[in-house]
Write a protein that binds this ligand. Structure first.
Ligand SMILES: O=C(O)c1ccccc1NCC(=O)[C@H](O)[C@H](O)COP(=O)(O)O
Length: 320
């Protein structure tokens, strides 16, 4: 019978990573496995966690913890080697090159990406109509599919369905916490995937980018704030990504709704776009839904250094 310690061992993770060359702390989302209330048995000692009742601090953290649970279960049913062989045996279509979409982005307007999202956490309205994707969005230069299932009701089948009806690259947006998920995304025809730096931290972001490129998918690094961006640009300057990262998504978000906040993203653009360009990075800016991607907005963002603009899903009259 293991001896239960009356004191609780603090398994603190370093939530705030300090990057080389940066004075700003990166406020990171906590991984549930660090503080999940589980006990670890080591010989005759039980290690607890600091606070088993710990609750997610915001929606992003809730989604990360839920995703960890979901993937832990799915990985047991389908270990990585089976995911690899499923992908190898599948007739997945050749990758559509997202980087080439930017080749002609020297025009006066940022190129336009659209997001296919069934619903956001506050929505009560019905999901967009998938059948409309083909007719309305074949001119999109890329489509982001929000595959997150818990609060956005997306699925990886959505990636495959959208891929079938558009000709452009299809980007998987989900909460990536295990490389295992990258195999899933590619199996469902994703040509690129969004890696959230606030969730992964710098080191894992670089690692996931490498894994993503190995599968043929372009990694898009979602950055929320100056500290993250500073850390990433420092890594680029030091070639820590071995040239694998070439696309950034600027999306400062409210962490309780995940709605992007355009003025904050614009401030990041203002401050970092010239250096990002020097380092060979392409920059996408995500719009909140109240901002229609009209010509003057696209021109203004282009002038400030946005190569592409990701427009929120159009609902009702312009359902994607
Ligand atoms: O931030 C992400 O990458 C992300 C990952 C998984 C689910 C949601 C995520 N972000 C939020 C969004 O994609 C939406 O842009 C946001 O909810 C705004 O949606 P809406 O107001 O419905 O356009």
């Amino acid at each position: 019978m293991p001896l239960r310690l009356s004191w609780i061992v603090s398994l603190r993770c370093n939530h705030s990573e300090r990057s080389e060359g940066s004075n700003e702390a990166v406020d990171q989302i906590r991984r549930r496995s660090i503080r999940n209330g589980r006990q670890v048995f080591a010989e005759n000692v039980v290690w607890g966690v600091e606070n088993p009742e710990d609750k997610p601090r915001n929606l992003l953290e809730e989604l990360v913890w839920a995703k960890e649970r979901e993937i832990e279960v799915r990985r047991q049913r389908m270990p990585l080697f089976l995911m690899k062989s499923r992908l190898e045996k599948s007739d997945v279509a050749p990758v559509r090159d997202l980087n080439s979409v930017f080749w002609d982005s020297a025009g006066p307007e940022s190129v336009l990406f659209f997001q296919y999202q069934r619903c956001s956490p506050e929505d009560t309205e019905s999901a967009p109509i998938l059948a409309n994707v083909a007719e309305e969005k074949n001119d999109a230069r890329a489509v982001v599919v929000n595959a997150e299932s818990r609060r956005f009701y997306g699925s990886y089948e959505d990636i495959r369905r959208v891929h079938e009806v558009v000709r452009c690259p299809v980007i998987c947006k989900d909460i990536f916490v295990y490389p295992w998920q990258l195999y899933d995304a590619r199996f469902y025809q994703a040509d690129a995937c969004v890696l959230i730096m606030k969730v992964l931290g710098l080191k894992d972001t670089l690692y996931f980018a490498k894994a993503s490129v190995a599968l043929g998918m372009a990694p898009i690094i979602e950055v929320h704030d100056a500290a993250e961006l500073d850390a990433l640009l420092t890594a680029k300057r030091q070639h820590s990504d071995d040239g694998r990262i070439s696309i950034l998504l600027l999306a400062k978000r409210d962490l309780d709704s995940l709605v992007p906040m355009l003025s904050d993203s614009e401030a990041l653009l203002e401050r970092f776009a010239p250096e990002a360009r020097r380092l060979g990075l392409r920059v996408i800016v995500e719009l909140p839904r109240e901002h229609a991607p009209n010509a003057s907005l696209l021109r203004g963002l282009r002038e400030r250094g946005a190569d592409a603009v990701l427009a929120s899903t159009m609902r009702d009259d312009r359902a994607l």
